[in-house]
Design a protein around this ligand. Sequence first.
Ligand code: EPU
Length: 419
Amino acid sequence: MSEVFVIKGGKALKGKVRISGSKNATVALIPAAVLANEPVHITGIPKISDVAALSKLLGELNCEVQAINGNELIINPAKMINISLEDDSVTKLRASYYFMGALLGKYKEVSIRMSGGCDLGPRPIDLHLKGFEALGAQIDYSRGIYHLKAEKLCGNKIFLDIASVGATINIMMAAVYAEGRTTIENAAREPEIIDVANLLNKMGARIRGAGTTVLTIDGVKYLGGCFHEIIPDRIEAGTYVIMAATAAEDMIIENVIPLHIESLIAKLREMKADVEVGIDYIHIKRVAELVATDIKTRPYPGLATDLQQPFSVLMTQATGISQIVETIYQDRFKQCKDLNKMGAKIEVKQGFCLIEGPTKLYGCDVEATDLRGGAAMVIAALIAEGETTINEVFHIDRGYEGIDDKLRELGADIVRIEK
Ligand code: EPU
């Protein structure tokens, strides 16, 4: 038995939707909290299954976890123990690898299974490992388990070949207790990195430059507790903005930092969408016609790869031929097969795809192949004629808090059933 969404398409969305705390910040903030020696209180935690998986791992490490008010966690690492993380939860998401940096940083030793996450093609972690090695760790990998150990961790100069989000955060966490200064050059600049650096600095770390390409971390001896509010999820926001441009009559997306999705807003305006940007909201109204455009995914502040999949659905409704060039994950086009099954005209090539529009979409049985591909299916189902059944919705639940509840509030006909 697994859960599916059944969506009857054709009901234009109307009203307001509130964006939750950032998934990709949360999944790094939770492991970062174990670097403290006192309780860390985090608010704005989204209700997504990735948080449940990470909480389970905190339990394994004997961290006390108290959930309050539905969206807050108090993580108390005072009595934690450093055991080998081999629970199945490790493989449920990518971000469990942040325990590598956090535990190495705190105990100079960590054992952990290879992490999981969405299948987007190859997702190596060589840059994380090179960073840990540069700080003094020795790495052993056997039978699916990484074992990292250091006599002591010493600050070093690290240049990332690719501005990787995961490597930047992981190395930053491993370096907070290292002796001396660590510099990460060609660091990723995503807002989630700033959020993690802010949390660590509140705990007592000395990190400068988060949000720029050069991060400096001066090692400290002790990290204490703190209170932290997570930034809004720019990918969830972007998904609802794209959904609004595709399927809404009039929709307001609240709790957004518009700066975080500027590249998306620019593209929507190029397509002649009606977009009003407020201080912390985006207002979208339906237009008679959208025009085709081209997008190229880029590290922040460029257009996020995570938004490319939902964006492909909007492109099926624009007049002309649109192109998506995917520069981060060349195989991230799994949504296209089912979109074509629904009536889209998408040609997938190596690393890019061409979308001819506008095309009418028809409801049928489809699959959420991964998190953002699943969101794309939801958007397509909302505008399709007839009924769409989306299978494997657990992928969607990994990163979108209560998407079915939020959509019902907006007037969609969506039910979640066991199949
Ligand atoms: N890369 C390497 N070696 C490494 C690390 C990365 O070659 O050691 C490559 C990757 O294969 C990829 C590129 O560098 O081609 C960028 O990967 P990055 O490390 O930045 O990605 P990530 O940290 O694994 C995060 C998000 C992803 C998002 C990417 C890109 C989290 C938990 N995940 O992944 O989010 O797509 O950054 O922005 O923060 C999602 O939310 O659906 C999702 C997949």
